[in-house]
Write a protein that binds this ligand. Structure first.
Ligand SMILES: [Zn+2]
Length: 519
C-alpha cells in the first residue's frame, strides 16, 4: 500500500464510446464524489450502476457483453458464466482481446462489487457507503507480499505431522471424497467494515472474493467450489498483526464455536488495508487446524490475495524460490520471467515485472502457448485436488461425533476410554474389512487382520500435553496391505485418519500435533 490515508476524489464525467449495439454499458461515469480508503488506487472514477431494475447485472438479466468504462481505455467484457448463489448473482467474463483476463462481478440488490484483471492491470469496483460505486485502478506494484505460515506447530512436530499427512494425500486419488463444496466462514474486523462503509458493502466484497476464487478454481481445473457458509464481524482480534490475528482465529473459543455452527472447513478474516502483508494463510499439511487465513480487503480481489491465501489452506505453495515448509514438493507456483506468474507466484525470481495471471499452476492449462505448470513440480492444482478429494475435508474431521468409546472386537479404546481407534484394511480383491483390536496397556494396543497373534498394526496415543499441548498418535505397521487407521478424541470430537496405500510398506506415523485438545 502506498499510503494509509483516505482519498477523496472527484472525477469529471468522461466521454466514453458506449454505442456498440451488442454491448451493454455496465456503469456510466458520474460526477459523484467517491471514496476508496485506505488508498489502493492509481486513479478512482465515480460510476453509476443505475437503478437496480435497469442494471445489466440485475437478477434475472443476462447481459452477454458489457462495456467497462476504464478511463482512456474502455474495455469490452464477454460473459463466460453466470450463476445465482443464494441472494447474490455472479457475472463472470473475460476482457475481449486479453488472454488470461478475468472479470468477476457480484451483485446483491442494488450493490455490485467486482474485479477486472488483465494480467498487467487491475481494477476494482467498490460499492460506496451512500450508494453508487467507485471504479479504482489498482497498482499491482503497490501490493504488499503474502506472509505464509508453515510453522504453527514446533518444527519437529510439524515434520511429524507432515509425515502423517503424506499417506492420505498420496492415496486420495482413489477418490473417497465428494470434492464438491468447501464451506468457508469469513469474518471481518471493525476496521474493514468502517473502511468499506458498512456491513452490506463489507459482506459483498467478501462474497466477490469468494466468487473470484471460484472463477480461478473453475478456470484452473480445481475440482471444488467454495461455499460461503457465513459472514460475521469479529472483534476478538485485538491486534493489527496478521500473524497474531491468524493465531487468534485458530484459538479463540468464539471463532471455534462459529466454525462449528457453520460447519466451516476454512475460516478467514478480512482486515483493513495498509498493513505489512496483503494476507497470511496456514499452509495445509494434513492437519485440519491449519485451515485459517487473514486477508487485507484492499488486496483481496485486485491482487488475488483471497484466492492466494485460500490456496495455501489447500496445500498450494509459492514458487520454489519463495516456498516455505510444507510436505508436497509438487505443489509450487509457476512463472516464466517477463511473461507470467501464477496466482501463488511471487514476482521476485524475475528481474523485470512479470504479471500475475488468473490461473493456479497446472500443466493442464496454457497461457500464450505455454503450459502454466510443470507436472510433478509446479502443479498447485494437482495438490489442491488431492486435498479436496479427501472425504470430509476439514470440518468433518474436526467436528466428528463426541459419543463415548465402547470397546469391542474391532474398536480399541485408549487413555481411559477417551480415544477410539479403528482400522480398516483392504483385501487383494479390494474388499474393505475391519481389523481386530487387542488392547495391551491403557495407551497401547494392536490390530490383526488374518489370525490372532499375527500383529499387523501397533498403535499408541501419548499424552504430550506438558510438552507441546497435544496428544500424540504413534503408529507402526508390518504390512503392505492398504489400510486406514482412524483415531477419534471422544471429548473434542476431533478425528484423524491415517491411510496407507495397497502395495506400499506402511510408513511409521509420529504425529505429535495430532490432537491439540488438552484443555
Ligand atoms: Zn502466499
Amino acid at each position: 500500500m502506498r499510503t494509509n490515508v483516505t482519498v477523496l476524489v472527484t472525477v469529471l464525467a468522461l466521454a466514453l464510446p458506449l454505442s456498440a449495439a451488442a454491448q451493454t454499458p455496465l456503469f456510466a461515469p458520474s460526477e459523484s464524489t467517491v471514496r476508496v480508503a485506505p488508498a489502493i488506487a492509481r486513479s478512482v472514477t465515480a460510476i453509476d450502476l443505475g437503478a437496480a431494475a435497469a442494471s445489466p447485472l440485475a437478477a434475472g438479466r443476462t447481459a452477454e457483453r458489457l462495456t467497462l468504462p476504464i478511463p482512456g481505455r474502455p474495455l469490452v467484457a464477454a460473459k463466460t458464466g453466470r450463476v445465482r448463489t443464494g441472494d447474490r448473482s455472479v457475472w463472470k467474463g473475460v476482457v475481449e482481446g486479453e488472454e488470461g483476463s478475468l472479470v468477476v462481478l457480484t451483485t446483491r440488490g442494488e450493490r455490485t462489487a467486482g474485479v477486472v484483471l488483465t494480467g498487467d492491470r487491475a481494477w476494482q469496483i467498490v460499492p460506496q457507503p451512500g450508494g453508487g460505486h467507485a471504479l479504482a485502478e489498482l497498482d499491482p506494484q503497490d501490493f504488499e507480499p503474502c506472509g505464509v505460515r508453515g510453522d504453527e506447530v514446533p518444527p519437529a512436530a510439524h515434520d511429524a505431522a507432515g509425515a502423517a499427512a503424506a499417506a492420505p494425500l498420496a492415496s486420495a486419488a482413489a477418490g473417497t471424497g465428494a470434492g464438491g463444496a468447501i464451506r468457508v466462514l469469513e469474518l471481518y474486523t471493525a476496521d474493514a467494515e468502517r473502511e468499506l462503509g458498512g456491513k452490506a458493502n463489507t459482506e459483498l466484497l467478501i462474497a466477490n472474493s469468494v466468487d473470484l476464487a471460484n472463477a480461478l478454481f473453475e478456470d484452473s481445473g480445481v475440482a471444488a467450489r467454495l461455499e460461503l457458509a457465513g459472514t460475521a464481524r469479529w472483534d476478538g482480534g485485538g491486534s493489527t498483526d496478521l500473524w497474531a490475528l491468524l493465531e487468534g482465529l485458530r484459538t479463540a473459543p468464539d471463532v471455534r464455536s462459529l466454525r462449528e455452527v457453520h460447519r466451516a472447513d476454512l475460516v478467514g478474516l478480512f482486515v483493513g488495508g495498509g498493513g505489512q502483508y496483503c494476507g497470511v494463510g496456514s499452509l495445509y499439511d494434513g492437519n485440519p487446524e491449519l485451515a485459517y487465513h487473514v486477508v487485507s480487503w484492499s488486496c483481496a480481489v485486485g491482487n488475488m490475495s483471497y484466492p492466494h491465501e485460500v490456496g495455501h489452506n489447500l496445500a498450494a505453495h509459492h514458487n520454489p524460490e519463495n516456498a516455505v515448509g510444507g510436505t508436497d514438493g509438487a505443489s509450487r507456483a509457476h512463472y516464466v520471467c517477463g511473461e507470467f506468474r501464477t496466482v501463488m507466484g511471487y514476482p521476485d525470481p524475475c528481474s523485470a515485472q512479470t504479471p500475475r495471471i488468473a490461473l493456479f499452476s497446472t500443466p493442464q492449462r496454457r497461457y500464450q502457448g505455454k503450459p502454466v505448470g510443470i507436472a510433478g513440480q509446479r502443479d498447485n492444482v494437482g495438490a489442491m485436488n488431492r486435498v479436496v478429494a479427501r472425504a470430509g475435508l476439514f470440518a468433518e474431521d474436526t467436528f466428528a461425533d463426541q459419543s463415548s468409546c465402547t470397546p469391542d472386537d474391532t474398536t480399541l479404546c485408549l487413555r481411559g476410554g477417551r480415544f477410539e481407534l479403528t482400522v480398516t484394511w483392504t483385501e487383494a480383491d479390494g474388499t474393505a474389512r475391519p481389523a481386530r483390536a487387542v488392547p495391551m496397556t491403557d495407551e497401547t494396543g494392536y490390530f490383526w487382520f488374518f489370525r490372532g497373534g499375527n500383529v499387523e498394526v501397533l498403535t499408541k496415543v501419548i499424552d504430550g500435553c506438558s510438552v507441546n499441548g497435544a496428544f500424540w498418535t504413534f503408529l507402526t505397521g508390518m504390512t503392505d496391505r492398504g489400510l486406514s487407521v482412524r483415531v477419534r478424541d471422544t471429548r473434542s470430537g476431533l478425528a484423524r485418519t491415517y491411510d496407507s496405500a495397497t502395495g506400499q510398506a506402511f510408513r511409521p506415523v509420529q504425529d505429535t500435533a495430532a490432537f491439540p485438545t488438552c484443555t
